[in-house]
Design a protein around this ligand. Structure first.
Ligand SMILES: C[S@@+](CC[C@H](N)C(=O)[O-])C[C@H]1O[C@@H](n2cnc3c(N)ncnc32)[C@H](O)[C@@H]1O
Length: 346
């Protein structure tokens, strides 16, 4: 066994310690407290109302992981570029992501993973909290705030990947786009900014779009072309908005195959003959190829009824709901983890 093998394995074993240390730094406001240059430990501690001895040890651990830089005499700390990514005001902030994924709810549900895999019931959140994800979110205001912020935080990078993947696409005949489960409108708002001839509709649950202050279209200056409509993508009784194109980012991975076919069939029923559908998701590559989607898939196993899928699996879902797979569009960046599948009505 080489030292490298040992280190790689140990690093994974202790991975959760690292993410919990980082979560605690973010939760306590460390990264928003250190603005520019060196801040003394006592100023950080006093401003955030922390215990000085325990807080120093946290700051030192955050420095050891590369998020802060400790002064040689331990008198203060400055923020590194890695640490900047955890600040509220960073354009690609990961703050919301860590607050959700390492927060108490998501931390708690992972403990059910071995039992789920043994008995084949994918219901970790129900085991822990007695209900499903969106029901839990809509009953818990504090969790809802963290969840919705995390979706915007994920979107701050995912939107770029989706726009890049669609960069060469000819949108000249697409005048109205509907974002199904579009959250507060991060993706749609940015799509409308890039394509001024378009208007858009976000279809969402009432709990998400009733908080007017959190909607992003007004902040992006596209509110005149962007409407928010309350709707249920599962309800076959209600008509979804009629649009030239539909987009769904990180929607289908929340749901099992049967639920996905219900959503896709509803969109099919509500859409005009010429409609296009864009599905933005992590795509699982072939066997033995390491990919983030294979880890996110286990997260989906814990948090919802869904899964991450291969292109062929998405094609099959499309076929079962009368859509026809057209192509997969890739972001230019090698690091882009989201791809976009285009479908048309068959
Ligand atoms: C994983 S989030 C993705 C949000 C957004 N598309 C993004 O990428 O940031 C899933 C979204 O689906 C919405 N949603 C869940 N059930 C829904 C339903 N029955 N009808 C419409 N939207 C729903 C949730 O409120 C949530 O905002």
């Amino acid at each position: 066994m080489s030292d490298h093998t040992y280190e790689k394995t140990a690093d994974i074993i202790f991975g959760r310690w690292k993410s919990q240390i980082l979560y605690t730094g973010v939760r306590l406001g460390v990264f928003d407290s250190i603005t520019s240059g060196v801040k003394s430990t006592s100023d950080i501690v006093n401003e955030l109302g922390l215990d000085d001895k325990l807080a120093y040890r946290l700051l030192r651990a955050l420095s050891s992981m590369g998020f802060l830089k400790e002064e040689p005499d331990s008198s203060g700390f400055s923020i590194t570029s890695q640490g900047e990514l955890l600040r509220k005001d960073h354009p690609q902030t990961l703050r919301g992501v860590i607050l959700l994924e390492e927060g108490p709810e998501h931390y708690a549900i992972w403990k059910h993973l071995p039992a789920m895999i043994k008995d084949g019931k994918q219901n970790s959140l129900e085991r822990e909290f007695g209900c499903k994800l969106f029901e839990y979110r809509d009953r818990n205001a504090e969790y809802a705030e963290v969840f919705n912020q995390a979706m915007s935080s994920y979107s701050s990078i995912q939107t770029n990947w989706v726009l890049e993947a669609l960069d060469k696409y000819d949108f000249s005949n697409i005048r109205h786009v509907c974002d199904i489960g579009g959250g507060t409108g991060h993706l749609l708002g940015n799509l409308l900014l890039k394509y001024p001839h378009m208007k858009g509709t976000v279809l969402e649950l009432e709990s998400v779009i009733s908080k007017k202050g959190s909607l992003l279209a007004p902040k992006l200056g596209v509110s005149e072309r962007c409407s928010y409509v309350i709707g249920d993508m599962f309800s076959s009784n209600s008509q979804l908005p009629s649009a030239d194109a539909y987009i769904m980012k990180m929607i289908l991975h929340d749901w099992n195959d049967e639920e996905c076919v219900r959503i896709l069939s509803n969109v099919y029923r509500s859409s005009p003959k010429h409609a296009r559908l864009f599905i933005a998701e992590h795509l699982v590559p072939g066997p033995d190829k390491p990919h983030f989607s294979k880890l996110f898939d286990i997260h989906m196993m814990c948090v919802a009824s869904g899964k991450e899928r291969t292109v062929d699996e998405y094609s099959s879902l499309l076929q079962q709901s009368d859509w026809e797979y057209v192509q997969t569009l890739h972001p230019h960046q090698q690091s882009g983890l989201i791809e976009v599948i285009e479908a048309r009505k068959s």
